[in-house]
Every structure is written in structure tokens, then in C-alpha cells.
Design a protein around this ligand. Sequence first.
Ligand code: DC
Length: 216
Amino acid sequence: MSSTVVAIDGPAGAGKSSVAKALAARMNFVHINTGSLYRAIAYALLQMNVAPENITPEDLEHISLAFDGARLLLNGVDPGENLRAPECAAGASAVAKIPFVREFLLPVQRSSADGQWIVMEGRDIGTVIFPDAKVKIFLTASAAVRAGRRLAQGECAPGATLESIQKEIEARDLQDSTRATAPLKAADDAVVVDCSDLSLEETVDAIAAVIKQKNC
Ligand code: DC
């Protein structure tokens, strides 16, 4: 039996979070953002005074992560907006490359489904976490469009320009898609949705149509 999961993978800045959130609200599914797990580890390491690249399996013994519905709890507490800090984004990217970290997070992600319908966004949901997901979407947009959206959101360093952000995005894409562990790529059976020229609503419509088509 396949998992009752809509997996939404894709590069940073494609709009996964907004789309996954809106889709979950429309379908009445639970929205799970897996990037927050990597960010929460980075946040916990900051508090433990451990540099992300120096993380050891023992450090993970002090970190417990669980989803209470859509809400992530780090050692029993909701870390909230703290995870949006640039240090957490950078630390998340560093720990995401480490195989024992990804192994640690595997059961946390798999147990969050628990038989209910979820929309789970990330990088490796359709390929590694739920290879049997009923619906797999690879959401992407051109680097130029993603740079523009990031600039508009203001989630960038002071002085950043459209060009500098686009370069950074292209470098991150290359790093994410060529890393040895769980590289960012569309699953063979994923439907690729390029939302460069679509509004949020049009993107949600497109994914809802895929869900309908699959008779879910
Ligand atoms: O989507 P985000 O920006 O919150 O992700 C934070 C980091 O975690 C990003 O560098 C990619 C990584 N990540 C991952 O490797 N696998 C996932 N399933 C989700 C996020």
C-alpha cells in the first residue's frame, strides 16, 4: 500500500512552503515542513556551542524532534520563528550533508504520517523518505524568478542584489544536486511543476489537479 503523502520536493526559493501550506489548507491535509528539522538541529547546536560541521552522533543524543500535527517540537518546545534566522539556514545546509544526521531524521519524518494525509515538503521526500508516496511533485522555477522572490521576501543579506542572489542560488543548486547523500533530484515518477510563470493559486490548482488525476 502506498503512503498517503503528497511529497513536494524542489530547490530553495521555488515557493514550496507557501504552496505546501496553501495546498494542505485546501485539501484539509496536515502540512509538514522537513527543512525545519535541519534548521532545528542547527538551532540546537548553536545553543550547545557546537559548530554545525563538527556535529557528532553523541550531540544528537541531546536533541529530540517530533511533530505534533504540523508543529515541530525541539526537546518538547516549539522553536517558532527562531528557525528562520540566517545562522539556522546556514547551519541547516551544513548538517543536511551529513549521513548520520539524515538517518537520525528519517524515522521522525516517516512517523509523522501516521496514516493521515500529509503534504510533506523537502528535498528528498519522494526519493528517500516516502518513495511510495501516492503523489510526488517536483516544484521548480528558474533561478532568476527564485532570486526575485527571495529579494521580495527580504530573506537575504544586507546589500544583496538580484544578480548576487541569483549566483548564490545557482551555486546552492549545484551543491544540493551533486552532494553524495540524498542529492536534490526529481523522483522518476514525480510530476515536475515549473511555477516560474504561475501565481500561488495557479500552482496549487496544478498540484490539486495531479492529486485528482491520481484518484486520491
Ligand atoms: O527548505 P529549508 O530552507 O527550510 O531547508 C533548510 C536546509 O535543509 C536546506 O539547506 C536544505 C536542507 N533540507 C534537506 O537537505 N532535505 C530536506 N528534506 C529538507 C531540507
